[in-house]
Design a protein around this ligand. Sequence first.
Ligand code: CMP
Length: 144
Amino acid sequence: MSERTLIVVKPDGVQRGLAGEIISRFERKGFKLAGSKFMRVSEELARKHYQVHEGKYFYDRLVRYICSGPVLAMVWEAEGIIAMSRKMMGATFGYDAEPGTIRGDYSCSKGNNLVHGSDSVESAEFEIGLWFDEGELVSWEPAN
Ligand code: CMP
């Protein structure tokens, strides 16, 4: 069954000009784009998005970072996309991520890991609802 996931090109990904590369990898994999917006993240959105990390030592830094510059937020759709997109992004920290993955190829940092992807069906539903209104998402099928 088709799943949707939230993918966010973080401020470092935008500033390093890697948004196109990240989109391209997902497009070439065959994932279907259902929505996108280039935006600044409010502190309120950031705090809700990262609420599972509230209380951890890096929480405030995470919130500050995601708000520090514009991001490209997207919803992508495909069967099994949540697990597959996380494989394609690679391990959380750039210095741990395998070559061939997005973080493995383009990041050797801990916090500046270029891209966010939902980690479960439940978090995808929660995050998509937080970042997008239903009217901003497009359902479509290829012509043939
Ligand atoms: P992401 O998976 O997008 O969402 C949670 C983020 O928290 C993760 O990316 C990292 O950027 C960050 N993160 C997770 N664990 C740590 C940690 N131990 N120290 C610093 N940042 C972390």
